[in-house]
Write a protein that binds this ligand. Structure first.
Ligand code: SF4
Length: 67
């Protein structure tokens, strides 16, 4: 069984680069008003988001407690 965890998004250091939307469009969408990403889903596996988490220049994305 895949280990699904809650997606946590902390936008304090977000640069607005849009990479999360490019890399994981299933999980992130762009909020035009705030010019920051929003979550489309609340849970994911480490595998789902590993590349995006590692790429994010603001270290904004994390996976929390297991479901
Ligand atoms: S990849 Fe990180 S810094 Fe870039 S828009 Fe997404 S959350 Fe913000």
């Amino acid at each position: 069984m895949e280990n699904k965890q809650e997606i946590e998004l902390y936008l304090g250091e977000c640069t607005g680069c849009g990479a999360c939307i490019e890399l994981s469009p299933i999980f992130f969408a762009w909020d035009e008003y705030n010019e920051r990403p929003i979550l489309l889903q609340t849970i994911a596996t480490q595998e789902d988001l590993e590349i995006t988490i590692n790429f994010c220049p603001g270290d904004c994305i994390a996976l929390g407690k297991s479901k």
